[in-house]
Design a protein around this ligand. Structure first.
Ligand code: ATP
Length: 455
């Protein structure tokens, strides 16, 4: 089951501390959100799952964490200064602004007027001043509109320091900024967001096969995060909609509460990126159409070990949005169940590795010395497993505690009671999904929890 509407998710996200409107006490900032105590855990867990699949579990991908502030020359040679635009129209009647390709017909969604200007390109990059002198002649930087460019500009650094052989990749997770004309749909389209991007470098000729492989790999990864494959579909971008540098792009589309839209794009970008940023472009057979570059001081090339020829690798780019991922995962996890007694419970059925809180420890009495210190000792013990957040929940009302933890998606609750401290050193362990409760020995808890979390 998923949420019936975006409002349900927005409301739960605020009520339980997942996501808040940014600068809310001053009226907010449009298209900018903050992640609260549980949101930051969920988001970190999603990023960690991606990093593990991309970097730790493979031997052909290295990580990178590059700066957000970007030299304008990078974004000139990447093509962003000239072409990273959306078509903007103004409504002459109500003075609102819209993205032309998001309009239905030629009507202003604000006032239904048809008196709109012709679309004109609007560059989505944010500029910011660098250093104390205020002018427009070079003392500025861009906030990166994607994390990818710094992977290309660091290509030689990574190759020189790690000596990889093709095919190999560089992975990065980080913030990106786009001055979206109309941010909307909660955290789906925002002005500050995070991306998880891989640039996977391959030999020309092997690119099509690798592109297919990455589409399959990424689909399987989303399924492992708990996204139902019925809610995912692939969109093979038709030739006339492709970006000029792309030989093929497949978008992973997800059924968000507001409609089916892009969750991740997987593009075959050929040799465009390294070809655009390399020095001595004329020395190599660059197949894509690149602008001349006399600024770069590095050759972004690899040597073919068989014929000793230096060449520019092709690149396959799976690029996923963290925030869109969080929204999809929350939507998938959201369930309202009617219980046997007729009451309702809301459950976030996150996969254990994504759950913001792994285990909640509930003392039956919050002022009983023996129970409290036992509960705290159990928390300390489980913390040693390094699984993430173990939460000491001392509301003193077990029923309420269970409901709260169902709603934030805590897979296991452990209740410490009189029997624990006075009789047999056992606790009740309650399963979020089945609501089944069983008693187990405290000494067996760590092994139980570890194997449960591994699924
Ligand atoms: P869209 O067509 O929806 O604007 P895009 O094709 O411009 O997206 P890409 O440039 O391919 O997006 O960026 C890769 C990923 O980054 C997207 O699949 C998406 O998950 C994420 N992303 C891009 N723009 C935003 C945004 N404004 N807010 C949140 N996530 C975004």
């Amino acid at each position: 089951m998923t949420a019936q509407s975006m409002e349900e998710l927005v409301s739960l996200a605020k009520r339980r501390g997942f996501i808040f409107q940014s600068s809310d006490i001053y009226g907010g900032l449009q298209g900018v959100y903050d992640y609260g105590p549980l949101g930051v855990e969920l988001k970190n867990n999603l990023k960690a799952a991606w990093w593990r699949a991309m970097v730790y579990e493979r031997d052909d991908i290295e990580g990178l964490d590059a700066a957000i502030l970007t030299n304008p020359t990078t974004l000139r040679h990447s093509g962003h200064e000239a072409t990273f635009t959306d078509p903007l129209v103004d409504c002459r009647t109500c003075k609102s602004r819209w993205r032309a390709d998001h309009l239905e017909g030629n009507t202003c969604p604000g006032c239904n007027s048809e008196d709109l200007t012709e679309p004109r390109p609007f560059n989505l990059m944010f500029k910011t001043q660098v250093g104390p002198v205020q002018d427009d002649d070079g003392n500025f930087a861009y906030l990166r509109p994607e994390t990818a460019q710094a992977i290309f500009t660091n290509f030689k650094n990574v190759v020189d320091s790690t000596s990889p052989k093709l095919p190999f990749g560089i992975a990065q997770i980080g913030k990106a900024f786009r001055n979206e004309i109309t941010p909307r749909n909660f955290i789906f389209r925002v002005r500050e967001f995070e991306q998880m991007e891989l640039e996977f470098f391959v030999m020309a000729g092997e690119d099509e096969e690798w592109h297919k492989t990455w589409v399959e790999t990424r689909l399987a990864w989303w399924a492992e995060q708990g996204v139902n494959s019925d809610n995912l579909e692939l969109y093979h971008v038709p030739a006339d909609e492709l970006a000029h540098y792309s030989k093929a792009t497949v978008d992973v589309m997800y059924r968000f509460p507001h409609g089916v839209e892009e969750l991740e794009g997987i593009a075959n970008r050929t040799d465009f990126d390294l070809g655009s940023h390399t020095k001595n472009q004329g020395d190599y057979d660059i197949t894509s159409k690149v602008e001349p570059n006399t600024d770069s001081n590095a050759k972004l090339v690899m040597q073919d070990l068989e014929n000793k020829r230096w060449h520019i690798p092709y690149v396959i780019e799976p690029s996923a949005g963290v925030d869109r991922g969080v929204l999809a995962i929350m939507n998938e996890a959201y369930k309202v169940e009617t219980l046997e007694n007729g009451s309702e419970r809301t459950v976030m059925s996150f996969k254990p590795h994504l759950a913001p809180i792994k285990v909640a420890i509930l003392p039956l009495k919050r002022n009983h010395e023996g129970i409290v210190s036992k509960a705290k000792a159990i928390k300390k013990d489980l913390m040693k497993l390094g699984l993430g957040r173990i939460f000491y929940e001392d509301t003193g009302n077990i029923g309420k505690g269970y409901r709260r933890h169902d709603e934030v998606g805590t897979p296991l609750c452990v209740t410490v009671d009189f029997q624990t401290v006075e009789e047999d050193d056992t606790v009740t362990i309650r399963n979020r999904d089945t609501m089944a409760q069983e008693r187990i020995a405290v000494s067996e808890l760590p092994a139980y929890v570890r194997s449960f979390m591994q699924g």
